[in-house]
Design a protein. Structure first.
Length: 601
């Protein structure tokens, strides 16, 4: 078997938010920088493979993510990159991974086909092995005489025991197993059993720290870049070599930073400058790129408060514990200062409200800190020292308050409040405008309906008039016929034959029809005389409709204007509320400082 050079990385977690620092520059781009360095090192090594055992991203990869990572690995023209997914970047059925065509030599484990430009005759050309299953993808590299078994994730909770009883199919090949496996929510793995399965190298992911088991036969590279203070120690990638069934691996430190802890003892007699110089020296020795949690170790009776933020502002500091001494017991100071000015200030600690109590505590602590009477065993302060101390404390308080009031967050909050005060409250006028606009719409609808009914209403009117005009002569005719017909019939029957009777009936019917025609014509004549009135009525209705429509446009414009003003005010109010939450602690601190000043004055 020929030698195989490889680099193994895992848990890069691109996109994951790092722990927020107390102060100092952010470190969320460190992982990207380190990944680029790994690619550069792989090119210099002329590695045959780069193994990625899960969680390259902290989320299922999007097409944009893949285009970016494709560009990162593009320089590796003689290296096959094997990407096996983890529980964070799992490959869903509709994942971008399933159909993305890479320009670089990336093999996505678990895909039905490998979409990369590697030509068939290349030394890093891989084909799907016949032993591949739905859960274990198997890629054979003929020119490297190697077979890779890859267990990827297809959902966030894929914890099936897919590695149990897994063995290589061909002992004559170099067999490598890649999986995101371990404890606590990963694919379960039995290390002693899998060790005996016959794989030449087992590369795993999911653990935060580097682990080398069974003389390098099983390896976790750990996270590429630490993102919280639990991921301590060196981090980087595994560089390995497989030759004649023998594996040799080593961790190559590559991370831009480490999380480190500094514990430093302090005393009442140490100045801020002395402590800052000591911390500068330690950080310079350990590395300024690292992230530090600093613990100031206080012996008993050490009550000094230190001020280090400005001195350490250029470093990455995740925590600074013990900088401020939290004084809880004032009994010694009370006993030593009964009856003097400082004693009267101490009596104000028993305040009747939280803000007065906090103000009194701040005032007392500042006086104690400034006078340094905590270094005296008696804890007593004479009135002269108290007065001198108060002058300095008041000056310092005023400067601190001015600094807080001119801070960016407070200034932006005050500006937002000013914008809110300048923004008119038009909610009542907006409601009135809504009501008037709705009323106008109803009036306009009524006017349009009235206009549409003018002609049908007049048509119905003259029809009714015509019918009445026809019915009146018809009724008269019928009444006359009721009285005259019997008598006329008797007379005529004596003289008329059948033809005369028919003629008489036809004449009677024609007379009735004539009555209807006369009434109808009469009604039309009456309506024709009123045509000008109809036209005037329609003209009046159209004019009313135009006036209501124009008024509606004006009302809509007014209402829209009020609505824009109201929306703008709501946005400003929302901004004020958000900023108020942001500066709530600062505002309370200012109120406490004002209370402390009143007590000291």
């Amino acid at each position: 078997m020929g030698a195989i050079q490889f680099i193994h990385i895992s848990d890069v977690n691109i996109g994951r938010k790092a722990d927020k620092l107390l102060f100092g520059q952010t470190c969320e781009k460190d992982g990207i920088t380190t990944l680029k360095q790994v690619v550069s090192d792989a090119g210099k090594l002329q590695a045959d493979f780069v193994f990625i055992t899960g969680d390259l991203f902290d989320h299922p990869a999007t097409e944009e993510d893949l285009a970016w990572i494709d560009e990162i690995f593009l320089p590796l023209d003689k290296t096959a990159v094997i990407y096996c997914q983890g529980d964070h970047d799992y490959m869903k059925s509709d994942s971008a991974l399933t159909g993305y065509s890479f320009r670089s030599n990336i093999y996505v484990a678990g895909c039905s086909e490998y979409r990369n430009p590697v030509p068939a005759g290349s030394a890093i050309y891989g084909v799907k092995h016949e032993n591949a299953t739905a859960m274990i993808d198997v890629i054979r590299f003929p020119k490297k005489n190697a077979v890779l078994y890859c267990a990827g994730y297809y959902s966030a909770g894929a914890q099936m025991a897919v590695l149990d009883e897994l063995t290589p199919a061909d002992d004559e090949m170099t067999n490598i197993l890649l999986a995101h496996a371990g404890n606590h929510g990963a694919i379960p793995i039995d290390y002693p059993t899998i060790r005996k399965a016959g794989f030449d190298y087992i590369g795993l992911g999911h653990e935060a720290s580097y682990k080398n088991m069974y003389n390098g036969r099983i390896c976790y590279p750990g996270v590429l870049e630490p993102d919280n203070n639990r991921e301590t120690g060196p981090h980087g990638y595994v560089q390995g070599k497989l030759s004649d069934g023998v594996v040799s691996v080593r961790l190559v430190p590559a991370s831009q930073k480490e999380y480190k802890t500094i514990r430093y003892p302090v005393s009442n007699y140490m100045s801020d400058e002395e402590l800052a110089d000591e911390l500068h020296r330690i950080i310079a020795r350990e590395g300024e790129e690292n992230i530090y949690s600093i613990y100031l170790v206080r012996p008993e009776k050490c009550e000094k408060t230190f001020h280090l933020q400005e001195a350490l502002a250029t470093y990455r500091i995740a925590a600074l514990i013990g900088e401020v001494y939290q004084r809880e017991d004032y009994d010694e100071y009370r006993k030593a200062n009964r009856g003097n000015a400082f004693g009267r200030l101490l009596d104000k600690l028993d305040a009747d409200s939280p803000i007065r109590e906090d103000g009194a505590k701040l005032a007392v602590d500042l006086v104690i800190e400034r006078s340094k009477i905590y270094t005296r065993s008696s804890r007593k302060m004479n009135d002269r020292l108290y007065e001198e101390t108060i002058r300095v404390v008041l000056e310092n308080l005023k400067q601190d308050m001015d600094k807080l009031r001119t801070s960016k967050d407070i200034q932006e909050y005050e500006q937002a409040k000013e914008r809110l005060a300048e923004s008119p409250d038009v909610l009542e006028r907006l409601n009135e405008a809504w009501a008037m606009e709705r009323k106008n719409k109803l009036e306009l609808l009524t006017a349009r309906n009235n206009q549409a009914q003018i002609v049908p209403r007049h048509r119905s009117k003259w029809i009714r008039t015509g019918i009445r005009a026809a019915i009146v002569p018809f009724v008269i005719f019928c009444i006359m016929a009721l009285f005259l017909m019997p008598r006329a019939y008797i007379q005529m029957s004596e003289r008329m034959n059948g033809t005369d009777v028919v003629r008489f009936l036809v004449t009677s019917i024609l007379a009735i029809v004539l009555c209807f025609v006369i009434g109808y014509v009469f009604a039309r004549l009456i309506d024709q005389n009123k045509a000008d009135g109809i036209r005037k009525e329609r003209a009046d209705a159209e004019r009313l409709e135009r006036e209501l429509a124009a008024k509606g446009e004006q009302l809509h414009e007014v209402r829209t204007g009020y609505q824009l003003q109201d929306t703008k005010r709501r946005e400003i109010q929302s901004d004020v509320n958000a900023r108020e939450d942001l500066v709530a602690q600062t505002i309370y601190k200012l109120q406490v400082m004002e209370e402390a000043m009143r007590m000291l004055e």
